[in-house]
Design a binder for this molecule. Structure first.
Ligand code: ZN
Length: 247
């Protein structure tokens, strides 16, 4: 099976369209969406419509989705994220808000090899930024490969003999991870719509379960167009500026 992995799209339609043009959903068996369809970006409805229209997709919610859908107050958001989520909640159609509200919380088991979550398998809001959190997360996975998002940073960790190790990512990573090495894997393919690892291009993944390979992909998109839409919508300038900086 081949899966297209999308996470943290954050209402960035140009980035999502660039990814889907590079790897059309029809070219894979299933699209896996790891949450945060909306928040920060200027196109929450168009992005949600696009995901809803995918023929074969498994979608879980992210922390921005649940706040935008009114399931939780934005207590953990900084003032920029709070401004954007208020704008998002008031911009979403009732239909899309209902859809986001009904999205399942991860982890979600996809098959014998793969499960997906937003932050970690034990808490969707926890950030895996180093091997310590990775170790906690790896001990709670139910499959050999757990795909996660939330940090917007490409990263891979591996648990072997009870020890979590950094196994790839922005500075040390290969563009492909081969998962044949023994151990349990925790892999973040990065953020489609707001990368924070110094590379502004949309990040996503393609998993081939037969070859046990995760391809970590990047594609450029019309970032200036997204930024212009954000400014026109009155979204905070720093949120627009960060897109082209990739942080
Ligand atoms: Zn996010």
């Amino acid at each position: 099976m081949r899966y297209l992995i999308l996470s943290d799209i954050h209402a960035n339609l140009e980035a999502l369209q660039a990814v889907l043009a590079d790897t059309p959903p029809a070219s894979v068996d299933r699209v896996l969406v790891l949450g945060d369809l909306v928040g920060y970006g200027p196109d929450p409805n168009a992005v949600t419509d696009c995901i809803r229209a995918l023929p074969h997709a498994s979608v879980i919610r992210g922390n921005h989705d649940k706040v935008a859908a009114g399931l939780e107050p934005p207590l953990r958001f900084n003032h920029l994220a709070r401004h954007a989520i208020d704008w998002t909640a008031s911009s979403l159609t009732t239909d899309n808000q209902t859809y986001l509200r009904a999205l399942p919380r991860g982890p979600l088991v996809v098959d014998d090899l793969i499960e997906i979550c937003h932050g970690t398998p034990f808490d969707e809001d926890v950030y895996v930024v180093d091997y310590r959190e990775a170790g906690r997360a790896l001990l709670r996975t139910s499959r050999p490969v757990c795909l996660f998002g939330h940090t917007h940073v490409v990263a891979a960790f591996r648990l072997q003999d009870g020890v979590a190790q950094h196994a790839g990512g922005r500075t040390m990573g290969p563009a492909e991870l081969t998962l044949t090495t023994p151990g349990t894997w925790l892999v973040n393919c990065g953020s489609v719509g707001q990368p924070r690892d110094g590379d502004w291009r949309a990040a996503f993944g393609v998993v081939d379960t037969d070859a046990r390979v995760v391809a970590l992909r990047r594609v450029p998109y019309a970032v200036a167009e997204t930024q212009a839409k954000m400014r026109a919508a009155g979204l905070p300038d720093p949120l627009a500026d960060r897109l082209s900086a990739g942080h």
